[in-house]
Write a protein that binds this ligand. Structure first.
Ligand code: ZN
Length: 219
């Protein structure tokens, strides 16, 4: 029989074929794939043998990809990087304001007093909220290696939050881990996007605060 793959879960290794003749939906597992240079994708044309499993459900056997999906190129999903919204800018303002207030008070009194505590707490809270995990607008991404469309999961959302826009599907990620067992952290990708503005702010304030403290201590 001939059909087209219309659903494919690459992570779990199964999907559905819709028959060209009568549009019946047939389940198939990766183990039923006879020969293929690559993993199945939505849109691939296939030939298969329709069988019935123990629970009387249609299942495809001896699946052969006869024509690769033409959607491959056009389906490339451009993932947008994490965006800052009004809340983020507001939090950055609070963070910088609080740090400024603490530094100013410290400069004036040369003491760390408990009146600084609310500002320090506010700064920490603002920092934590700023670094909250965001969810990508896109539900899926194109794997940077095999170009397959994959769903976002905890690992890829984490990588995306860390500024990586080159994301890898799970099979590619697993393969990468096998090939590079000593550097698991770099498997997120190589193309790091823009750095984190907030971290930059915090880290650039640290030397200033330290310099002020040293200056006060010296004089
Ligand atoms: Zn991949």
């Amino acid at each position: 029989m001939k059909g087209k793959i219309n659903q494919w879960n690459d992570e779990k290794g199964f999907g559905f074929i819709v028959s060209d003749d009568d549009a019946t939906k047939v389940f198939f597992h990766i183990s039923s794939l006879k020969t293929s240079s690559r993993r199945p994708q939505v849109g691939d044309s296939v030939v298969y043998e329709s069988t019935v499993d123990a629970k009387q459900r249609l299942q495809a056997k001896a699946v052969v990809i006869i024509q690769a999906s033409t959607q491959r190129e056009s389906q490339q999903i451009q993932v947008t990087p994490p965006q800052k919204n009004a809340l983020d800018y507001f939090l950055i303002l609070i963070l910088l304001g609080c740090l400024g207030k603490i530094s100013w008070d410290f400069y004036q009194t040369q003491l760390l007093t408990e009146t600084m505590a609310p500002f320090a707490i506010a700064a920490v809270v603002a920092f934590l909220i700023l670094n909250r995990q965001k969810t990508p607008k896109e539900k899926q991404f194109s794997c940077a290696r095999c170009k397959a469309v994959a769903n976002f999961d905890a690992r890829t959302i984490q990588a995306w939050n860390n500024g990586f826009l080159k994301l890898y599907c799970n099979p590619c990620h697993q393969r990468w881990l096998r090939e590079n067992p000593t550097h698991p952290i770099r498997s997120y990708g190589v193309g790091r996007g823009s750095g984190c503005l907030v971290l930059l702010c915090v880290f650039s304030t640290m030397p200033v605060l330290a310099a002020v403290a040293v200056y006060l201590w010296m004089t």
